[in-house]
Design a protein around this ligand. Structure first.
Ligand code: BGC
Length: 763
């Protein structure tokens, strides 16, 4: 649920009273301290620790004050300014045992400085850049007095109808894992207890990205092999990278909701993975067990959730209301509550809050005079990262880069939109602080060229969609349609285009279209914008489409109409400047798709690493009784890993240090990559492996490594990958993690299709 609307409420939360007593930090070590604290806690104080309150909808201000002082709230989320949080911490310290609270928020791709949405970040294939995003976001969030973020989201997304595709890092297990780890490292910094670190809670455990039909909150039904091989590793990777907790998913898994799923939280998470840390339900998920049809009432729901292993209950009163009686009646063992309380207290310890409850809140005299001050932003980092995330999909006749001369027409509903540039889950980012495409282009050209602008079309003319979009982000101003008719807007755009040398059309989705609960049945650019594009094409002027969207779109028609296509996702605070950098060649694009772009919605699910089948379609060899669509091309429009540059790269054949690999050994696979063009540029060299014959059908290829390299014109570099047995392992029919002897293909290239290949045998 997007909480933008809560900021205003939070601002009025400052309490009149303040903590006037003394607080003495513990003298003991962690375990001894928690043991002794728990021995002094009443049952209601223990249950209080398990209550995670959503500020605004869940409780009134007066209730929050009283409940904190009574020791009945463990933590809150959605308040983002130090003075509000200080007042709440004061109240928590007035409680009998002076247990500090913590403050959480959804910091997904930035706190005040917004970076590109996560799907865009993944398109950078740049681990250092993503870690930088986490670090900037973590330091800004902690400076806003936050202790914890509900991020990163590492749900694998292979069905772009799902609006939350935008919040994750795409379709691939390996790439999502690396990006998730980088984000965790960034958020948590060197040590999560530091004042400028925040704890990362990875979400949504588990498999949320596989909701049927891409319809949000729908069921997930999946084979154990697919779970273990494809969908679970990113959560595990984030936890191994040190994430302090997991948020449990809203969906069911093979019939059992994640929130009441003992297998998920006890067997897999705690026992098999050995995870020690916090588990938190998603928003209202415990009571939703009734709607799922597995709990009869709130008591039953709370009983099942605590038994399964949900430590903190987010935004429902289930634990607070139900647990006292359940324990009294012996329906919930005290031990289950105690373990959950221990995790919460341990989290607070790890955050450094027992040592100093005001660690991130700071002293009143150090509060920023203006919480939205420009100097609290990290614009340089935002621009540097954003331009690395842009993916050049097409560039016919080298129409790009553009020259800073003549007359440029910026057209389209996203051309001057501040709000959309932020993307969904934009935390405390402000629309007015974002650079639009029009702003960015104007700044880039200065007085060297004339820049004209026309809106050209509304995002959509579909009334139901507009109502929907203005309701999911509750300030009701997300989509403000222009009252003119579509034709009037196109006429104005054509007039502007007539006097321009080149048209730059910013088209795609509004940010709310790629959001929680925003599932679509079509991946097309909305019709009103397609009409605009067709009219612009008819002018015969060079047409550059700047795409903004939070999911793959079906772009077959636009691919034919446009001379150039630049995928820019929702690029964040510095989006307009970053896009202008690429449009004018001040930065050579290097992004690569982290997710397959299908030709049409009918091809979904479509992902590059599907398992081998008995009757594959062979490119260029049409025939009946093949796995294909007879009414359309079966291939993707743009494959996973794809993206162009303003320079050209060539890749030599694959050299292997050996054609055999012994268990426990390694081999070196390398290619020579050359920059054969005239500009310096970065590209990502990708390593894929394919197990040719195994006890189960294995993916036709799987990403197992990548390196982003910068080459000067004419420069060549041998790029090496080390292949070891671990990279060949998979979960077999018995869910054993094994590498099976036999032949493997090694493919190295610049996208998932354009590869060089060699083979070796695992002995
Ligand atoms: C979302 C979570 C988010 C939570 C708190 C829920 O609606 O599913 O991803 O962390 O709200 O805002």
């Amino acid at each position: 649920m997007n909480k933008l609307y809560l900021l205003g409420l939070a601002a009025s939360l400052a309490l009149n009273t303040s903590f006037a007593g003394t607080y003495t930090p513990p003298a003991q070590g962690k375990d001894a301290f928690i043991d002794s604290l728990m021995s002094r806690m009443t049952l209601s104080e223990k249950i209080g620790q398990l209550r995670l309150i959503s500020i605004g909808p869940e409780m009134t201000l007066a209730q929050i004050q009283n409940e904190l002082a009574a020791g009945h709230i463990g933590a809150t989320f959605n308040s983002v300014v130090p003075w509000d949080n200080r007042a709440m911490q004061d109240a928590a310290l007035r409680s009998r045992l002076q247990i500090p609270m913590f403050f959480a928020y959804d910091v997904i791709h930035g706190q005040r400085t917004m970076f590109p949405i996560s799907l865009g970040l993944a398109a950078s294939w740049d681990v250092a850049a993503v870690a930088r995003v986490g670090r900037v976001a973590g330091s800004e969030a902690s400076a806003d007095s936050l202790d914890m973020t509900y991020g990163p989201m590492v749900d694998i997304a292979r069905d772009p109808r799902w609006g939350r595709t935008s919040e994750g890092f795409g379709e691939d297990t390996y790439l999502v894992s690396r990006m998730g780890e980088a984000m965790v490292h960034g958020f948590q910094g060197e040590d999560v207890s530091h004042a400028d670190s925040i704890m990362s809670i990875v979400k949504h455990f588990a498999l949320y990205g596989a909701v049927e039909g891409g319809r949000d909150y729908n069921v997930v039904d999946m084979s154990p092999q697919r779970m273990y091989n494809d969908y679970l590793p990113p959560y595990h990777a984030a936890l191994k990278a040190g994430a302090g907790g997991v948020m449990v998913a809203l969906n069911s898994i093979n019939g059992v909701p994640a929130t009441s799923n003992t297998w998920l939280m006890q067997d897999l998470l705690r026992k098999t993975w050995g995870f020690k840390g916090l588990t938190v339900s998603d928003h209202g998920a415990i009571l939703e067990l009734i709607k799922h049809g597995v709990a009869v009432d709130a008591n039953d729901a709370a009983r099942q959730a605590i038994k399964a292993g949900i430590d903190q209950s987010m935004n429902d009163q289930a634990y607070g209301v139900a647990l006292p009686a359940l324990i009294k009646a012996g329906k919930v063992p005290q031990g289950e509550v105690d373990s959950a309380v221990r995790e919460v207290l341990s989290t607070k310890w790890d955050l450094g809050l027992f040592a100093d409850p005001y660690r991130r809140i700071g002293k009143p005299e150090n509060d920023p005079a203006d919480i939205n001050a420009e100097n609290r932003l990290h614009r340089e980092a935002a621009r540097d990262v954003a331009r690395r995330t842009l993916v050049l999909l097409k560039n016919a006749n080298h129409v790009l880069p553009l020259k800073k001369q003549g007359t440029l027409a910026v057209i389209g509903p996203l051309g001057d939109s501040h709000t959309d540039m932020l993307g969904s889950w934009s935390a405390a980012g402000l629309p007015r602080q974002t650079v639009t495409l029009l702003d960015g282009i104007r700044t880039a050209v200065g007085d060297q060229a004339k820049v004209l602008y026309a809106r050209g079309a509304n995002i959509t003319d579909d009334r139901n969609s507009i109502v929907f979009l203005n309701n999911i982000i509750l300030d009701h101003t997300e989509v403000q349609p222009d009252p003119r008719t579509a034709q009037e807007m196109i006429d104005e755009a054509l007039k502007v285009a007539a006097s321009a040398d080149v048209i730059i059309a910013a088209v795609g989705e509004s940010r709310g279209m790629s959001h929680e609960s925003a599932s679509r049945t079509s991946l097309a650019i909305p019709n009103t914008q397609r009409q605009l594009i067709t009219a612009l094409r008819a002018t015969g002027k060079p047409l550059v489409l700047v795409l903004m969207n939070g999911r793959p779109l079906s772009l077959e028609r636009e691919n034919q109409q446009a001379d150039a296509l630049l995928e820019t996702w929702f690029a964040g605070t510095e989006g307009g400047n970053a896009i202008a950098d690429v449009l004018f060649g001040d930065y050579n694009p290097s992004g690569k798709l982290p997710i397959t772009f299908p030709r049409s919605v009918g091809q979904i699910p479509m992902y590059y690493n599907h398992p081998t089948i008995g009757r594959p379609v062979e490119p260029g060899k049409p025939g009946n009784y093949r796995s294909q669509y007879f009414d359309a091309d079966t291939s993707p429009l743009y494959p996973f890993g794809y993206g162009l540059s303003y320079t050209q790269f060539s890749v030599s054949g694959v050299a292997l240090s050996s054609t055999t690999l012994k268990g426990g050994g390694t081999l070196d696979a390398s290619v020579m990559v050359s920059n054969t063009g005239t500009l310096a540029g970065e590209t990502t060299v990708q390593l894929y492996l394919h197990d040719k014959t195994a006890s189960m059908a294995r993916p036709i290829k799987e990403l197992k490594g990548f390196q982003k390299i910068l080459l000067q014109p004419g420069e060549q570099r041998q790029v090496h990958f080390t292949v070891d047995e671990n990279m060949l392992k998979f979960y077999n029919q018995q869910l054993q993690h094994v590498a099976e002897p036999g032949e493997f293909d090694v493919q190295i290239g610049l996208d998932s299709q354009d590869v060089q290949q060699a083979s070796f045998n695992l002995l």
